[in-house]
Design a protein around this ligand. Sequence first.
Ligand SMILES: NC(=O)c1ccc[n+]([C@@H]2O[C@H](COP(=O)([O-])OP(=O)(O)OC[C@H]3O[C@@H](n4cnc5c(N)ncnc54)[C@H](OP(=O)(O)O)[C@@H]3O)[C@@H](O)[C@H]2O)c1
Length: 325
Amino acid sequence: MNITIVKSTLNSSHFPLIHQNPCFLPRISSSIIPKTLSYNHPKFHSITASSNSNNQNKPTSMRDSRWSLQGMTALVTGGTRGIGHAVVEELLGFGAIVHTCARNEVELQNCLKCWENQGFKVSGSVCDVSSMEQRERLMDTVSSLFDGKLNILINNVGTNIRKPMVHLTSQDFSTLMMTNFESVFYLSQLGHPLLKASGCGNVVFVSSVSGFVSLKSMSLQGATKGAINQLTRNLACEWAKDNIRCNAVAPWYIKTTMVEKVLSNEEYLDEVYSRTPLSRLGDPAEVSSLVAFLCLPASAYITGQIICVDGGMTINGFYPKIDFQ
Ligand SMILES: NC(=O)c1ccc[n+]([C@@H]2O[C@H](COP(=O)([O-])OP(=O)(O)OC[C@H]3O[C@@H](n4cnc5c(N)ncnc54)[C@H](OP(=O)(O)O)[C@@H]3O)[C@@H](O)[C@H]2O)c1
């Protein structure tokens, strides 16, 4: 493969952030892009692999590096099932080195074995993220594994207790606040030095549509997700100077063990479908793809956003079934 260096006519002072940010450093990769795509405009400082007669579709590394997490380190909480499991697989697929955690050791070991058999670089800790002591131990492990540097923190763990407001107990309050909000608040705080040290950090929170719209019997859970949404915006501004982006994804119903029981009620499921413009449930991989995108250099100008993955549920207005003008 012939390597051509396309030099910029502009010096780094024209684009100081881009040139100083290691997220933008071009890498050579072997994936294929259409030969019509070209980045040899003088504005671009990139390394491209030029095509020859044997292989017309050679890669352009600037594009490849924007869509790669090769060598990036990641912590994904709750990676043994559901959305977290899909996120681990998505990040591994993009080349990241991933550490995950869950409370159930057997499930964790099974997942790790399965991923290792596929040749992925992955490790895990048994950890309950609602415990301060266990969170600290988790971050110590991550720090020693990744040499004090973490590129990606996915705050995925969350739970739900569905009850009308007047039936919620103080125990319910503590459980939901500790698992959904306290955990992500302190994990982000503990992770900050590692994210900063990486030179290119990304935090993605797994929120919920319940942080935007009212859902029956979910006043407390919705409040924890609403808190996550505002934390996302605040950290995006506070940590921008440290080259750390913070975003959140907000799913509606996604097919995971967490919602299996409530969705086993067919009448309820029909109501969910009729409230959702795309008339179906989401798949964990439809959330993990967005999470990965938000960690990629390709999304480097996006921070402080909470993006719904909801089949259109939160923008749905009034569409009566009866037909009239
Ligand atoms: N599924 C949906 O429809 C939906 C919709 C909106 C938002 N969400 C959000 O998406 C996130 C993931 O939900 P999910 O549906 O994928 O859940 P899930 O299928 O129940 O999976 C949860 C994962 O997190 C782990 N986990 C749970 N509590 C934990 C704790 N205290 N400490 C450490 N690990 C813990 C679980 O393993 P262990 O049990 O072994 O700990 C498992 O790996 C949550 O924040 C949830 O609020 C989900």
